[in-house]
Design a protein. Sequence first.
Length: 454
Amino acid sequence: MLLLLLTGCYSNQEKGKSPAAADLSQLKEKGEITAVTLYSSTSYFLYRMESMGYEYDLMKDFANSQGLKLTIVVAENVARLIDMLRAGEADVVAYPIPVNNRLKSEVLFCGREELSSQVLVQCIDRNGKRVADVTELIDKDIYITPGSPYHDRLKNLDAELGGGICIHDIDRDTITTEDLIEMVSKGDIPYTVSDGKTARLNKTYYWNIDVSLEISFQQRSSWVVRKSSPHLAEAINRWASDKVSEPVYKAAIKRYFELSKKILEISMPEIENGNISPYDPLFKKYAGTLGWDWEILASLAYQESHFKPAVVSWAGAMGLMGVMPGTALALGVPLDDLSDPETSIKTGVEVLRRFHKGFDNVSDSTERIKFTLASYNAGIGHIQDAQRLAGKYGRDPAVWEDNITEFILLKREPEYYNDPVVKYGYLRGTETYNYVREILGRADYYKQQLRNIN
């Protein structure tokens, strides 16, 4: 079980599997429901090799409410979602499909109906000033990807206003909407446009952006099933309106669109009386298991928890070392025990040891530490994906900087996470890249400070 968790159990995407079209009674006989969705930061992804995502969490709750095992399959694009549903490869599309009359004749819309619109993403200046009305967009520089629905909307809005919006197309194929949002946060560009859901999620990473100005009409969307599955549609509608499902829905909203995902303030903490933390003896005790400098373990713990043993992250990572619940249980560690510093450190080190063993093809010890730390943050499957991509594109799969890092960052692009050599899909790679850099940089700082004291 642990091996499956650490490498990412991917039986949910067995190729060639085409379940027969079925309504609710047939699904209950089989005991399983198959949902198709897309990889994205808002719908479905693997984080530390555990399945997550707003749509995933809701679909999982519906399956549980019906006593069904959930199997997830992933489509390459929105068009394929409907194709796979029609072909009987999935029973439900667990992804917001825009409601329109053409599709109404082919599928049944069901579940919680969402209203979404395109929004302006802007950085809030020190005085709190922001663009508050679309008429203020005249003479503003807005950067978008060409051919996107945002480009079409801005062109129409520009015509409605009589011209004057400065629309800049980003020609690089590897720039996504989320990249542009990050560029707004950093001040590299002044404005971009996104769908509301993606914008809200990214605000949990970048506190200084404002996403409140809608620039389009609201669009209705919901999940869909086949016309031949009316009882399944009815069950999904009942579940969506049931008060019992309300806490799960509110928890999903909070988890993905409200809780901050910004890493705790990363700084170089003061070293007092020659101690990095109260847990230095434990870091020294267990670092030998890895053959690492103990300061790296201390830096990792600071990154995960700021040395707070009872902390729980937005993703559910627990304790001093930020161990995921599924991983702890697979190692036989009760979740309540993760608040104990020694148990947390011992468990985290065991996870690191297993990841470290997974990179026998990386001979340089320093490089291998980077691969291991990256796996601790993202999951080893994502790092092995990046190695396969590196090999495919003529880069060295055993070198971190400018080789693996390039593909870690590119795994948020559909062209790369849908590549046949990739097994674990979408990754928000900037977090993993920064994670490794910050932990090792802080560990070097610790070592230097301790040398100065001694």
